[in-house]
Design a binder for this molecule. Structure first.
Ligand SMILES: Cc1ncc(COP(=O)(O)O)c(C=O)c1O
Length: 372
């Protein structure tokens, strides 16, 4: 059945103007490589290759027994644990269906059609979707040579239409961090008419690599601000979709509350995240293993003629001698999924997620074959 009149007024012009909806599919990748999904080496989505804490698994299993009931719409237990961990007041912590949900919601909170969104390039595609879906205009700011967000260029790009500045540290896909002094420069230099979003999806990896606590620098801001974090990476819980927002004011927290759906985070996810917070030894093990393998990948790529960014994330992005699309395709045929940068000017850049030691071995062996 269809009624393609070609002249509908629904969806809105903003939605019509968006590119096609996308998203990765391991099943499709497996089909292409002619392998079962379990045989695919997932080095393309910055996932954690290790299962979450056994405590989290047990808590999620227990939560499954009562999913006939709706989850806590206020996520009280998880919020209390995060308040104790971060020092934020409970009413200033918002839980999201992954931090991805919160990124799009930032636009619902702050943008009117035509408003400007400053975002680093290359960086996480969620920022670009945030501005697209909310009718904003993107003002891209190229990252520095070392791959870190360019705070001075971001400040220089502000106009009286700017409503959101996204800052990612460590930045995905480049992996570089900025200092607390740089965050403070941004926090105090942006006008109060701008929502400053600090995306710390890879916060735990940054701290493990010697990074600074950036919350005190953010707290110096008089205007609106939020910090996004997630359980998807260092906690190994990408599949349950839990992220959180630390809000700089009561008004900002209330605004994020207003734009979300009531039961946005499921009961199994809430239970898993809460229990995971109680097992930092497990997280430490993941961070140690990641640092070890990241070093091996960086060294291995260098020997094969790639030029990697200095990264502290659970991923390595490197410039190669050949078009990245060819490298990605050749690895895909061998069941190894990596990704490439889509931003113009980065055609030769691959991004590899740090996975298990045997994945590093397989990747480097396949690459040395391909690079010949
Ligand atoms: C920089 C950055 N922010 C946010 C996210 C979204 O993470 P999630 O929605 O799983 O919390 C990602 C995921 O890769 C990311 O790289």
């Amino acid at each position: 059945m269809s009624n393609d009149s070609g002249s509908s007024t629904i969806p809105t012009p903003i939605i019509k103007a968006m590119g096609p909806a996308g998203g990765p599919s391991i099943q499709r990748d497996a089909q292409k490589a002619n392998l079962p999904a379990s045989a695919i080496r997932r080095m393309n989505l910055n996932e954690c290759p290790y299962p979450p804490s056994p405590k989290a698994i047990a808590a999620m299993q227990a939560a499954c027994a009562v999913v006939n009931y709706y989850p806590d719409p206020k996520w009280r237990d998880l919020v209390a644990a995060l308040a104790a961990r971060t020092g934020f007041a409970e009413n200033r912590i918002i839980i999201g269906n992954g931090s991805d949900e919160a990124i799009v919601q930032a636009g619902r909170v702050a943008l009117m059609p035509g408003d400007e969104v400053i975002a680093p390039v290359p960086s996480f595609p969620g920022y670009y979707k945030c501005r697209e879906v909310n009718g904003g205009a993107l003002v891209p700011v190229k990252v520095r040579e070392d791959g870190a967000n360019d705070v001075d260029a971001m400040l220089a790009a502000v106009t009286d239409r700017t409503r959101i500045v996204f800052c990612a540290t460590p930045n995905n896909p480049t992996g570089a961090m900025i200092t607390a002094a740089e965050v403070e420069r941004l926090a105090t230099g942006l006008p109060d008419t701008v929502l400053l979003v600090l995306d710390e999806a890879y916060h735990e990896f940054g701290m493990h690599a010697g990074g600074e606590d950036l919350l005190p620098a953010m707290a110096k801001r008089t205007g609106p601000w939020v910090v996004f974090r997630t359980f998807s990476k260092a906690y190994g819980l990408a599949g349950i979709r839990v992220g959180y927002v630390l809000c700089g004011s009561d008004e900002m927290a209330e605004s994020f509350q207003k734009v979300r759906s009531v039961f946005n985070v499921n009961a199994v996810g809430q239970a898993g995240a809460l229990a995971a917070l109680d097992d930092m030894e497990h997280v430490q093990g993941i961070l140690d293993a990641t640092a070890q393998e990241r070093g091996r990948i960086v060294e291995g790529l260098k020997k094969l003629g790639f030029d990697p960014f200095p990264t502290v994330g659970n991923f390595v992005t490197a410039k190669g001698p050949n078009p990245a699309a060819d490298v990605v395709g050749a690895l895909e045929e061998r069941g190894i999924m990596i990704s490439r940068l889509m931003a113009p000017g980065y055609e030769n850049y691959i991004r590899v997620t740090v996975a298990r030691p045997e994945d590093t071995d397989a990747l480097l062996a396949a690459l040395s074959e391909i690079m010949g």
